[in-house]
Design a protein around this ligand. Structure first.
Ligand SMILES: [Zn+2]
Length: 310
């Protein structure tokens, strides 16, 4: 097919999605449907099966807003860059932090099975163990208290706040503040991953009666969590691992040395196989084309497609 663009002055095109006329700007519409499709594919990954299963319990709109939010680069008391925290957020959300259990898989030539949690020396260091390790529990508890204190103060400062409002107790006793792992529920471990449950935002909204204030509160809470987790747990852990590596004669150069090509190919092949096998598991909860119904509702009802993820 050829177009003669000198003769297209009067050519008009109309965009339809699922037989519905698109009235909004085409460029931003295409961008949004692309985001919805990428998100759909991401949620089908094997390691995210819990979130696919609990898709209806998660406030995806605010989860993404918090993911994109940052105010700390303006705060003088923090010494790490915005890009470092952003990279940390992405790794945590994808369960892809370079914890020792991941390093054992990536670099078995450097990290043998003898490597266990650098802090307790008892358990294998998975991402989950980092937040549950006995030696980090106090720190996690303090982060939770900090967040709860922020919410209480913020809510009590609202002009229309009523002392008899029991919703504040509902917010503070939500299971999302409990630091343990639960396959069926969104707990504090999921908040660390960046995932926000609807139970929390619904109860905050009941008091603020304002979407923007609710989002502002969740933005600050999630930022407080990620910065403190990074500063109080991840950074000190990395320093301890480096000391251990020095003892084991693992140099920076060895760590940077690329694995041989054959090994890398085998690993990619294995990863692809894992992904292929994982898709049917998550497809019990959503399909590869779920994004079409999210976008469809968005066009018909309005607001944003993230609201219709369910
Ligand atoms: Zn430990």
């Amino acid at each position: 097919m050829k177009f003669d663009f000198t003769k297209t002055k009067t050519l008009k095109a109309t965009l339809y999605f699922n037989n519905i006329l698109i009235e909004q700007p085409i460029r931003s519409f295409i961008k949004s449907i692309n985001q919805a499709e990428v998100f759909n594919r991401w949620l089908l990954l094997h390691r995210l099966v819990k979130y696919a299963k609990l898709i209806k319990d998660i406030d995806w709109d605010r989860t993404w807003k918090c993911f994109a939010f940052s105010s700390y680069n303006k705060q003088s008391e923090t010494s790490f860059s915005e890009s470092k925290i952003k990279a940390f957020k992405i790794k945590i959300m994808n369960n892809n932090l370079p914890v020792l259990e991941n390093l054992k898989i990536r670099r078995p030539d450097l990290y043998g099975n003898g490597w266990t949690c650098i802090s307790c020396r008892q358990e294998n260091e998975t991402q989950q163990h980092l937040w549950l390790c006995n030696n980090n529990q106090q720190m996690v508890k303090e982060i939770i208290e900090k967040c709860k204190k922020y919410i209480s103060e913020k809510i009590k400062s609202l002009k229309h706040y009523n002392n008899k409002d029991h919703n504040i107790n509902k917010i503070l006793s939500d299971i999302c503040w409990d630091p343990y792992y639960d396959e069926q529920k969104i707990t504090f471990l999921d908040l660390i991953n960046g995932i926000i449950p609807k139970s929390l935002t619904n109860n905050i909204y009941k008091i603020t009666c304002c979407n923007e204030s609710t989002t502002n509160i969740t933005n600050i809470i999630m930022e407080t969590i990620i910065i403190n987790i990074y500063k109080d747990i991840w950074k000190p852990r990395c320093e301890l691992v480096i000391q251990e590596e020095i003892k084991e004669n693992i140099t920076k150069r060895m760590k940077l040395k690329k694995e041989n090509k054959k090994k890398k190919k085998e690993k990619i092949k294995k990863k692809r196989k894992d992904l292929d096998q994982s898709n049917p598991i998550n497809e019990t909860y959503l399909s590869i084309s779920s994004w079409i119904s999210w976008v469809d509702s968005w066009i018909k009802i309005g607001n944003q497609w993230e609201i219709y993820v369910s």
